[in-house]
Design a protein around this ligand. Structure first.
Ligand code: GTP
Length: 459
């Protein structure tokens, strides 16, 4: 699809300073409904450009055909199982193509084969050295009708559920007795989202990109017409309103006490499927702000230019959550309520930053380290369109932080922080501090040090 220079600049501006593209892995047993869910996501993308990696068995690529025509960019593996690419070069190459700024995608979804091992895929994405690839979470689809019986025959399915950041309990129209309780128990801290025909709110997985104001008037496309039609259909069939069952809570406060906010992230309620927004931190001498995203148990934070009003704004989406309590808990995280923070209080929050050496190295001046080691930090606030320059050469550091994140436990974190010098060297902290563990629900599953059968599904 040809894109004009104006449209390209619009897309780049919408992406802002970040050029990394989240890669979500969609896994589940054969027939769980992955393609159905993927098609639902694509149909609801509305301007968000999604790349998909489809992986099929057999000579006829039925699934790839069924999504063709709905995506802007699609790569379909021809060699069957993704995990067959033992040296990881196949998927890595595809992810590089899809996340390259030239592809102008906002999200990549890797549909794992029913037989592909999500653990290997997650590890592969986390270890990617591509500077534009960012792990976006593991979504595990469970067939509510078949799961109890399947689990008897394939005990490894329990591990897959236990590793997920978000579990979609699909086919609830045909749910087996007691399956919801069983899956919730196995899922541990990850939310379990009931669904029919994969109809989940796409915004649970990604932020829709809104039309850029500078795109100007244009001719209607077939995509516009299809979406308009879908809107009309939705009004006839209210069951298609996936978001209708969710509660959305918007909280606006002043700067947050970063340690208190990190504690909130760690204890957020299970029904909270999605959280997104920008928070500023109340540390004297610093003007840090972070975009924060959660998808199920997965947390991602990224340093951004501080908003003009120095306020924090978060949107929380969940089911059965107590809005008043959530709001009160977040308001209690503001420095107005929790008191002033110091630099060491930043560390628990930085554990969630994908690449602190790049994203948070710029201290108080609204710049950040561009990762090229030349000491010449670049302005974040002034140049959102060309923000891609910020990531030159920084990819491996992201992988390194994640690799560290999965190698150690979190329980002693606060004691360890006591020895941190008053001047926080964020890059150094990434190497010497207790590494992040909040980035994935079950980090030990991905570190290559723990055998799959040692993973405790009860965690
Ligand atoms: N009753 C019911 N059927 C569903 C639901 N979701 C999907 N299906 C059907 O289940 C079948 C399998 O769905 P797919 O989306 O192809 O599943 P998949 O996980 O992509 O399958 P593989 O590619 O074989 O791994 C299709 O016939 C779907 O229409 C649901 O919520 N309820």
């Amino acid at each position: 699809m040809a894109v004009s220079g104006q449209q390209r600049r619009g897309r780049q501006a919408r992406r802002g300073a970040s050029r990394r593209v989240p890669v979500v892995i969609l896994a589940g047993f054969l027939g769980a409904g992955k393609t159905t869910l993927l098609n639902h996501l694509l149909a609801g993308a509305r301007g968000t450009r999604i790349g998909v990696v489809v992986n099929d068995f057999g000579s006829v690529n039925v699934d790839a055909l069924s999504v063709a025509g709905q995506v802007d960019s699609m790569v379909s593996l021809e060699n069957g199982c993704l995990c067959c690419a033992v040296d990881a070069s196949g998927l890595d190459r595809m992810l590089s193509v899809l996340t390259d700024p030239a592809a102008e995608l906002d999200l990549v979804v890797v549909e794992a084969s029913g037989l592909a091992e999500p653990r290997s895929l997650v590890r592969l994405v986390l270890a990617s050295e591509d500077p534009y690839v960012e792990y976006g979470g593991l979504v595990e689809l469970v067939d509510a009708a078949e799961f109890p019986a399947l689990r008897e025959r394939h005990p490894e399915l329990a591990d897959q559920v236990a590793m997920a950041d978000l579990v979609v309990l699909n086919k609830v129209d045909r749910a087996a007795d007691g399956v919801a309780d069983l899956v919730r128990e196995l899922a541990g801290p990850a939310p379990v989202l009931p669904a029919e025909f994969g109809r989940i709110d796409p915004e649970l997985l990604f932020d829709r990109v809104t039309a850029a104001p500078d795109d100007g008037p244009r001719q209607l496309t077939f995509d516009d017409l299809r979406l308009a039609e879908a809107d009309t259909d939705d009004h006839d069939d209210h069951s298609a309103h996936a978001h209708a069952v969710y509660d959305t809570v918007t909280v606006e406060t002043g700067p947050l006490h970063p340690r208190r906010f990190a504690a909130f992230l760690e204890t957020r309620p299970a029904g909270l499927y999605r959280m997104k927004g920008t928070v500023t931190v109340g540390v004297p001498g610093r003007r840090d702000a972070y975009d924060v995203h959660t998808v199920g148990a997965y947390v991602r934070a990224e340093r951004v230019a501080p908003p003009g009003d120095q306020g924090s704004r978060l949107v929380l989406i969940g089911a059965g959550v107590d809005a008043a309590t959530l709001r009160a808990e977040l308001e209690a995280c503001s420095t107005a309520a929790a008191g002033e923070a110091d630099e060491q209080d930043l560390l628990p929050l930085l554990r969630y930053v994908a690449d602190p050496s790049r994203d948070a190295g710029g201290a108080a001046d609204g710049t950040r380290d561009d990762g090229d080691g030349d000491g010449a930090d670049r302005a974040v606030a002034d140049d959102p369109v060309d923000g891609g320059d910020l990531v030159d050469g920084g990819g491996p550091a992201n992988a390194a932080v994640h690799a560290a994140s999965v190698a150690a436990a979190d329980t002693e974190a606060d004691e360890a922080y006591a020895d941190v010098p008053a001047t926080v060297d964020v890059a150094g902290a990434a190497a010497s501090e207790p590494p992040p563990t909040g980035c994935v629900a079950h980090p030990e599953a991905f570190d290559g040090l723990v055998a799959p059968d040692e993973i405790d599904p009860e965690r």
